[in-house]
Design a protein around this ligand. Structure first.
Ligand code: ATP
Length: 378
């Protein structure tokens, strides 16, 4: 039986499900590579971002996110490839054509906000508007302070503002000159946990309100999924997958993406007609996403996440496995169940559920959505 190259098929599937950028992209990165010595930080990266979109580069430490951001800002020169901002070619490898950062229509919000400590909030916001006439400048500053909810703090200096307020001023300052693109480098890393969640909503609201095209960088999956229109998952200098948060989470193109975006277990399945035989019993073939006929009578691995799985004490029924791990997380409890067949699955339950270690359990696939899958590994 010939099995088509899975990656090509996965790509096809993703392209069908993905919300693709329009041709009128504000940012176009084409085949960009950047190496430092023998270290390839960004490897043949291509990406386009459409006007008004908020896209997040997401990936583990060292995958090249910051280098990608610095290439867009003009703080690094590409070794290969081209970058266009607002239709203007701002960088091409091997040519002198290189638009320096200050002449690119790109704003940056730094991790530490980098506000000028001796200036008031209003003066900070006005910083990039030196060539505007005084009336327009005053109007723009007032408009932005209102947008970020800090009109009453116009005369305060940064040290008189809370972390969240400082971030709002930093955003207002970067948006003020109406850049084509706003880059946000780990925008929430300097805020405490509670404020981070609040500011995610707030930053998205402000950027959307201003109609700014934003590109942010983070290694925090939840943050990326909660603020972004699209997420680009990176590994080792390359983009593994770009798509809507729902698209990349539900239909990951690779096991890496599946595992990086949340807990992932892989349940072996054998495709037999309309059913997929698994250690948890048969699953309807129609519950497996985009399973092509070429895969009939082959082994696959079905992606199951903890919220797809329900474990119950076996109580007389034949158990599927035993609870081997339990982690209380406040609102939820994460269980790991070792199946009699040898595989392990995880189940996320409400915090009031009590399953002790070693309890024999039945395990049900409770997901209402279709399930992603990968060809079995040899
Ligand atoms: P983090 O989340 O930890 O900030 P990152 O995904 O942003 O990581 P980068 O900072 O872009 O990753 O780094 C990618 C790779 O390039 C790493 O191996 C890093 O050591 C290397 N690198 C980045 N900048 C430089 C530099 N100026 N000189 C040498 N190597 C660099």
């Amino acid at each position: 039986m010939s099995v088509r190259n899975h990656r090509a098929e996965a790509q096809e599937r993703t392209e069908r499900t993905e919300d693709r950028p329009s041709p009128d992209a504000v940012l176009e990165i084409d085949g960009v590579t950047k190496t430092f010595g023998s270290d390839c930080a960004v490897d043949s990266l291509s990406l386009s971002v459409r006007e008004g979109e908020l896209l997040t580069l997401l990936g583990p430490s060292g995958c090249g996110k910051t280098t990608a951001l610095r290439l867009i800002a003009g703080l690094e020169r590409p070794d290969e490839g081209t970058i266009h901002v607002g239709g203007e070619r701002v960088a091409t490898a091997g040519e002198r054509a290189f638009v320096p950062p200050e002449r690119r229509d790109v704003g940056v919000v730094f991790q530490d906000f980098a506000l000028f400590p001796h200036m008031t909030a209003a003066e900070n916001v006005a910083f990039g508007l030196a060539d505007w006439n005084a009336d327009d400048r005053e109007r723009r500053v007032a408009e932005l302070l209102e947008m970020v909810g800090l009109s009453a703090y116009a005369e305060n200096t940064p040290e008189e503002l809370s972390g969240g307020q400082q971030q709002r001023i930093a955003l207002a300052r970067s948006i003020a000159p109406e850049p084509e693109i706003l880059l946000l480098d780990e925008p929430f890393s300097n805020l405490d946990v509670d404020l981070r969640v609040e500011m995610r909503e707030e930053v998205r609201r402000i950027l959307k309100g201003a109609g700014v095209t934003g590109i942010s960088v983070t290694h925090d999956q939840e943050e990326a999924m909660s603020i972004s229109d699209r997420v680009a998952v990176m590994a080792e200098g390359r983009i593994e997958q770009v798509g809507t948060p729902e698209g990349v989470f539900q239909h990951p193109r690779s096991r890496f993406v599946a595992g990086f975006l949340g807990h992932a277990s892989f349940l072996p399945g054998y495709i037999s007609g309309d059913l997929v035989e698994t250690p948890l019993g048969p699953v309807g073939r129609d519950r497996i996403h985009g399973l092509a006929a070429e895969y009939d009578y082959t082994r696959i691995d079905v992606l199951v996440r903890p919220d797809d799985v329900l474990a119950r004490p076996a109580e007389g029924e034949r158990a599927d496995g035993r609870v081997t791990y339990r982690r209380y997380l406040g609102p939820t409890v994460l269980y790991r169940v070792e199946l009699d067949s040898g595989e392990t699955v995880e189940a996320m339950h409400n915090h009031s559920d009590r399953l002790s270690l070693d309890t024999p359990v039945t395990v049900e696939l409770a997901a209402a959505h279709d399930l992603a899958w990968f060809p079995a590994e040899e």
